[in-house]
Design a protein around this ligand. Sequence first.
Ligand SMILES: Cc1cc2nc3c(=O)[nH]c(=O)nc-3n(C[C@H](O)[C@H](O)[C@H](O)COP(=O)(O)OP(=O)(O)OC[C@H]3O[C@@H](n4cnc5c(N)ncnc54)[C@H](O)[C@@H]3O)c2cc1C
Ligand code: SF4
Length: 546
Amino acid sequence: MERLARPIEAIKPSYDVIIVGSGYGGGVSAARLAKAGFSVCVLERGREFVTGEFPSRFPEMRNAFQVTTKRVRTGSPTAIYDVRIGEDMHVLVGCGLGGGSLVNAGVALRPDARVFRDPVWPGQIAQDGLLEEGFRRAQRWLRPAEHPRARDMSKFKALDTVSEAVGVKPRTPPVAVSFERNVNPAGVTQAACTLCGDCCAGCNVGAKNTVALTYLPFAAAYGADLFERTRVSHIAREPGGEWRVEAELVDAKGGPPVVVKGRTVILAAGTLGSTEILLRSKDRGLAVSDRVGQGFSANGDIIAFGYGSKLPVNAIGVGHPAKVEGQEVGAAVTGQLDIVDADCLENEIRVQEGAMPSALAPMLPVMFLPNGRLLGALQSLVSGVYKGPFAGLQTFFAVSHDDASGSLRLKEDKLELSWPRALEQPVYQRLDAVLSALVTRAGGAYVKNPLAGSVMGHQPATAHPLGGCIMGTDRSSGVVDHKGRVFDGSAATDSTAFLPGLYVIDGSIIPRSLGVNPLLTITALAERCLVHMMQDLGVASELISD
Ligand SMILES: Cc1cc2nc3c(=O)[nH]c(=O)nc-3n(C[C@H](O)[C@H](O)[C@H](O)COP(=O)(O)OP(=O)(O)OC[C@H]3O[C@@H](n4cnc5c(N)ncnc54)[C@H](O)[C@@H]3O)c2cc1C
Ligand code: SF4
């Protein structure tokens, strides 16, 4: 496939629409607006990975992490995994053209209907019917599917066996993966999934239905200019009403900042990125709501392991081309337990069996065994992790609910997450109880975090950060309205006034935990915001239709 990103020299001084970030929110925005005939520019801090370029060996994986702690930063600023080590909680997000879709497991679920009945959402979300249309569009573009033989995978069977411990039978959740060769809605030919299990390192087959293979090529085909390695620091309003977006080239040796102007700016840099840009812009005088940074949720999400299980699990990816012959792992997630509670939504838990990417295999002895460092070196030579104790390693992704009471702020120009006593959120005890029951049934040991006690400490970690620029009905309850329009924060205006042309459209606008993996909801809300935006801009209805 051809590269989508253009050289930065090709950037124009101004566009109709500037989109910051290229995950689900950015991808949907770029595709819809480019098709409607607007000139569109996408600025993405990460780099472009085409199929075949994702980390598949340990040396590449070692360079695939950027880690930020309170005091230090290591790794390339364009490394695909962006890990923020916080004092109260750690956060993992994707970095690259396509955002989190590049490295996620692709599980695509709709939340329980009770989630949208929470009055924390502006009323229009439940009332105007466009959320349903948003989900329909998201499903058409991301095409969640279940592999017909998902139940044959060892990790599914292992989940089935241990599910007795909680009295719930597993099901096969839909994942945004092509299980047959096809030409997708963007016109891109995608190969069939080889069941290699490497989804969370990036799909080297081209079977995962990422933003980079769907919405972004569609946007580029309609003339959108996509730029990689371009990190936006802040935005400001020019006296004439245009927006000025200031960015720096990442990985480049110095050079002047990139400045681009537009009538419309869409922040789609994810929960951490969009919140950081708005906080920094606010510090420089942009009047946005004082709610910016608040309402952070981890979506009750954790990753945990069962080590030493007596069952064959085979949940370590084999990669593509396969590192070992004759081993089908399955997509990163093939089985899920739904622990439901008709009386109390907050008690619901989804447990998914996951797979570790093959390039991380040599790390497993280091993570789980005493003297693992030595063994790790040896095992990476003999591919030993596919046999012996690691063939029984269970990886679990679990999702539930928290109270979304974390907050993000800028300290010395760096984004910090503050969530005192996050670990005391009741969700973590519920998750521990369920996961340890499952692992015990398999005869293994429950390992919440194999790196606990290191720089990781004992804090919880999430890959589903939400909130920070939450929706509300006015500037006292939210940063944006139900359409993603940013409220004007100046006291001189009405509390429902907007900053004309400024939007946030990504996971940061979600005002509560979802209790399921968020990609489908983020995409549906983005689709919904775009229908509204184009109607408001007077776009002809045939260009708004999907
Ligand atoms: C390992 C992993 C597994 C996951 N598995 C699942 C799953 O199975 N199902 C699911 O639903 N969810 C999953 N998620 C979560 C899901 O991927 C995210 O919720 C989703 O990608 C968020 O979408 P978004 O549009 O809000 O932002 P993102 O997808 O994070 O996109 C934001 C983009 O903005 C860019 N950016 C940030 N700051 C700037 C800046 N200053 N300037 C320019 N660009 C910037 C980022 O590099 C990124 O590309 C997983 C996440 C991870 C990390
Ligand atoms: S299992 Fe392998 S081929 Fe299938 S989507 Fe995941 S990474 Fe791609």
